[in-house]
Design a protein around this ligand. Structure first.
Ligand SMILES: [Ca+2]
Ligand SMILES: [Ca+2]
Length: 439
């Protein structure tokens, strides 16, 4: 702890004062002090050592100017006799302020460990110091105890000293015995109705930050990076009570991207709590969400091999060629969204078959406003118009900006949708029930 301004002033003055204090003198006042301790109730060295105060400094001031400075043990031997007082300096008649500062074993003081009183010095008389009302214990100067988080004592006997005690980690002015609740929070976040295709990058959300009200002393909110599918753990030591929490979503520059999510929770002193949070940011939570949907269409995967395919069959996969596809954008209730187009103006209304090779590359829509939960239905046809692949029962949710895969499952493997008619169609594989499989 840094010396207070008055202490620096005192240290500069010390050599001159000590020279003065060295002269033979008759004390103009006497005083006694004691530490405000709940450990001992009668005069004892313990009242000092139990609160981490080793020495005291006694300062005498006249109209704010230091006129004497001396040091004493916090509990002088003579104090075992409850009637004995400590001699002050010899002073000219007048009114003085007297301060007693507590010092640690390390020799430093604390701004809150100071006791104040006044004394009226008259000639040929030893005066008593009158403590200020808030520092008065039966006429003695009451010295506040040292802060438990900085007194060098394991006050609650848990083996953890001062700043290593959990209570002090949260609040440097706490008592070590304060029982905090350990709160383990888990944050799961999702976007646009738990849309599996919506990513942190796609919605331009770079990091999250949490604030807690009332703010626990010593807690500095630490932002964490937004990663799709990631669960973030946050461990906190909190005093018991009711709290509000806000989750903020920020862009890479630290600016808000969404309206914060708010919730409340309670913790019970001394208990451990596990609080799972699930926050979904819907389109209306975003301050500005725009951009196209970007996607790649793939057929399959095949339930036996796990492979997906394009318009043309792969080597030894048979002879089925997909010649045309339809693509239709629907809303949440399955109704077509009119006039929604790709960036090349292809209308995604599913009315006309498109050549299959349109899906041989990544596709992109025009920029969308994301107010509706758009989904994409894709159907794929053999050369005679028979539908072999369709995701109509589970259309793919559109998500902004970052490319996602649209898997279109097989719905027919017979007739012109069969991969093969005989082994010759399958190259190094064999044809079983219209499918090419390894021998
Ligand atoms: Ca402790
Ligand atoms: Ca302590």
């Amino acid at each position: 702890m840094n010396p207070s301004p008055i202490r620096r002033f005192v240290l500069v003055l010390m050599p001159a004062v000590i020279a003065f204090a060295g002269c033979a003198e008759r004390p103009s006042y006497e005083l006694r002090w004691r530490v405000q301790s709940d450990v001992v109730d009668r005069p004892s060295p313990l009242e000092c050592s139990s609160v981490g105060i080793q020495d005291v400094e006694i300062l005498t001031l006249s109209s704010g100017t230091l006129v004497d400075f001396r040091r004493a043990p916090c509990f002088p031997r003579s104090f075992r006799d409850p009637e004995r007082l400590w001699p002050g300096p010899e002073l000219a008649p007048g009114r003085y302020e007297v301060q007693v500062h507590g010092l640690s074993r390390g020799g430093y003081g604390w701004p809150e460990v100071i006791s104040y009183g006044t004394v009226n010095v008259r000639s040929n008389e030893v005066a008593d110091v009158v403590p200020d009302p808030e520092f008065d214990i039966d006429g003695e100067l009451a010295l506040p105890a040292a802060p438990q988080c900085d007194d060098g004592i394991d006050n609650d006997h848990d083996g953890l000293l001062d700043r290593f005690d959990p209570a002090c980690m949260v609040d440097a002015s706490a008592r070590e015995s304060e029982q905090l609740a350990f709160v383990n929070m888990e944050f799961r976040t999702s976007f646009l109705g738990d849309n599996p295709n919506a990513s942190c990058n796609g919605v331009r959300l770079a990091k999250f930050e949490v604030t807690i009200d009332p703010e626990p002393p010593g807690l500095r909110p630490i932002p964490w990076t937004c990663k799709t599918g990631r669960v973030h753990q946050l461990g906190l030591n909190l005093p018991g009570g009711d709290y509000g929490i806000e989750l903020h979503g920020l862009d890479a520059a630290g600016q808000p991207v969404v309206l914060p999510k708010q919730a409340t929770f309670s913790v019970v002193e001394g208990r451990t709590a596990y609080i799972p949070w699930q926050f979904d940011f819907a389109a209306e939570d975003f301050l500005a969400l725009e951009g196209p949907a970007r996607f790649v269409v793939t057929f399959g995967p095949d339930e036996l091999t796990g492979n997906s395919r394009g318009c043309e069959p792969g080597p030894s996969e048979g002879i089925l060629e997909i010649v045309s596809v339809t693509m239709k954008v629907v809303n949440e209730s399955g109704q077509p969204v009119p006039m929604l187009t790709l960036d090349d103006e292809t209308v995604l209304d599913g009315k006309w078959p498109l050549p299959c090779n349109i899906v041989s590359k990544q596709l992109s829509t025009v920029p969308l406003d994301w107010s509706a939960n758009y989904r994409l239905e894709v159907e794929a046809y053999a050369d005679d118009g028979r539908m072999c692949f369709s995701n109509r029962t589970e259309p793919a949710p559109f998500a902004p900006n970052e490319a996602f895969l649209v898997h279109v499952p097989r719905v027919d493997r017979s007739g012109s949708c069969a991969d093969c008619n005989d082994n010759l169609d399958c190259g190094s594989n064999q044809c079983v029930d219209g499918r090419c499989v390894p021998y």
